[in-house]
Ligand binder design. Structure first.
Ligand code: ME8
Length: 517
């Protein structure tokens, strides 16, 4: 009888859900690409991955944009949500579900979460009087605002306009969670990463927490408050709940919830750290739901170092970027160039440099040169290697150690270091290839040439397998050219060597140089 297959370890990863009040920009694309690389990496590493992304459709910002555009808010949400989903498809984002907060199961999840917080005695009715930024969908105390020169008031941190708001709302007893939150940051230091973000949040919470207004009565575009439909939930309450909806909440007995909750990783941008690392764990503690394991905060992308803004006119359309440079190049550039967790900058020049130096030269050339030599001189099959020299052995030992090094970086969300590690091996392999001069060996020692080519294409195979999460298309082509069937491309396949005698198709360049028009 067959042994029962070992169950794969689940891994639940999410992106923030974007406001579809406009179309996506490159910052959104960056978040989706980076999270997708993490999800793909985990799948190739044998995990049972669930990857959730989507759109955050309620709230005043959506309502006001719709009014300004003269369209019903449901239509605005649908139209732009579709654009976000189309972007995901263009970027080959391998999500398992694209959630919309107007989905029926999400309304149900939000209702139940609210009821559970209410049952805990953490929700009470009062009057909110304070400042509100529609752009940030956030409440600010007067101390968190500044008077601008023209006499208008803005949120100091985000420089967005705030308006005075006074209405009857429900409050969440956030102040009661101060100690428990600090305990969480203390006992589970990996809950917030990078550490700089963690430190910021710890000092914010130590500064004292005020109860949070969690409903609105002056507009109705939101999830109705259970038992009091004059109120809609504050958009962040229902937005954060999307992560639970994706796991099947409120059906906590379901296989999905049992498998995937708590989420392993929430990926978010730096402007929404407080919502995810203060409000969200407090809501879950109140509702008696287990907390996610980790929130990783990525930085902001700047165009040539300048903040993107519609008024400056430097908002880059990610689809145009993909049209210009190609998808794999854009994905590679963003993940290799920017230290994940810090702000980063992009420019035409820096993208072209990465394409030509890292992709076309270091990887493309090496693959093309070694594979064409195999094609011409080894009857287009993987050659049989002879005895290994010390150089051969050293290179293969290093290549075999790569997966562990890369995994360590990926588990810390150091995506840039994972790629740096891979490219450092490529540098070494290029030096090996030049030093061994297989094109000379072709005449002087064909057996030795066969060994050098074998070692080189074996390293290219290892690199291609490990780079799939970042460049799914180009690596698929490369693995085709290496004669690797589609079921021999996981990290488990790094444990065996490329098989001599494997027939190889005629190679063709996979990483073209970028040539200026
Ligand atoms: O905040 N660079 O939606 P959003 C990098 N609906 N990332 C950026 C960026 C930039 N220039 N600008 C924005 C929201 N982002 C909420 C989220 S989650 C329960 C609700 C990131 O459309 C931003 O930090 O304003 C966030 O992670 C994501 O894009 C969506 O931003």
């Amino acid at each position: 009888t067959d042994a029962a297959p070992t169950p794969r370890t689940p891994f639940y990863v999410t992106t923030a859900i974007a406001y579809p009040n406009g179309v996506p920009h490159i910052g959104h694309a960056y978040e989706y690409i980076s999270t997708d690389a993490i999800a793909r990496f985990k799948r190739l590493d044998g995990f049972d991955v669930m990857f959730l992304t989507g759109t955050d459709e309620h709230g005043l910002k959506m309502q006001q944009t719709a009014t300004k555009e003269g369209v019903p808010v449901v239509d605005l949400a649908r139209r732009n949500s579709d654009v976000f989903q189309a972007l995901d498809d263009t970027l080959k984002i391998s999500y398992d579900r694209f959630i919309r907060t107007t989905d029926a199961d999400h309304l149900e999840a939000s209702r139940v979460l609210w009821e559970r917080m209410q049952e805990s005695g953490d929700i009470y009715l009062d009057t909110y009087a304070g400042w509100y930024s529609v752009r940030d969908e956030a409440f600010y105390t007067e101390a968190e605002t500044t008077l601008a020169e023209d006499g208008s008031r803005v949120a100091t941190e985000t420089n967005t306009p705030v308006e005075w708001t006074e209405e009857s709302t429900y409050f969440f007893r956030l102040s009661a969670y101060e100690d428990r939150l600090l305990e969480l940051y203390e006992n589970q230091p990996e809950f917030i990463a990078p550490a700089t973000r963690r430190n910021e949040i710890v000092s914010f919470v130590k500064g004292g927490l005020k109860d949070l207004s969690i409903s609105r009565t002056t507009f109705d575009w939101g999830v109705p408050v259970p038992g009091d439909p004059e109120h809609v939930m504050y958009v962040w309450v229902d937005a954060l709940t999307n992560y639970l909806t994706g796991a099947g909440f409120p059906d906590v007995e379901s296989e999905r919830f049992q498998t995937f909750w708590p989420a392993n990783l929430h990926i978010i941008g730096k402007d929404i750290t407080r919502f995810h690392t203060v409000y969200w764990p407090a809501f879950l503690m109140s509702a008696g739901v287990e907390l996610p394991r980790r929130v990783f905060v990525h930085g902001f992308l700047h165009n040539k170092g300048e903040k993107m803004s519609k008024s400056v006119g430097n908002v880059v359309d990610p689809v145009a970027m993909v049209d210009q440079y190609g998808l794999d190049a854009v994905r590679f550039f963003l993940l290799r160039e920017i230290s994940y967790g810090q702000d980063g900058s992009y420019s035409h020049e820096s993208i072209v440099t990465r394409i030509n130096a890292d992709l076309a030269n270091e990887l493309g050339n090496l693959a093309q040169r070694s594979l064409s030599m195999v094609n011409k001189n080894c009857e287009a099959t993987v050659p049989v290697p002879g005895p290994m020299s010390a150089d051969d052995e050293a290179l293969l030992v290093r290549a075999d150690a790569l997966v562990d090094a890369v995994r360590t970086h990926m588990d810390a969300q150091a995506l840039h270091l994972a790629l740096e590690e891979i490219w450092s091996l490529l540098g070494e392999t290029n030096r090996y290839f030049s030093a061994q001069e297989p094109w000379v060996l072709r005449k002087t020692d064909p057996d030795r040439m066969a060994t050098v080519l074998y070692v080189t294409i074996e390293v290219v195979r290892i690199v291609a397998i490990l780079t799939q999460p970042v460049m799914p298309d180009a690596t698929a082509k490369l693995l085709d050219q290496l004669g690797q069937s589609t079921d021999a491309r996981t990290f488990a396949d790094l444990g065996t060597r490329i098989r001599p005698g494997t027939a190889l198709p005629k190679p063709a360049g996979v990483f073209p140089r970028y040539v200026e028009e």
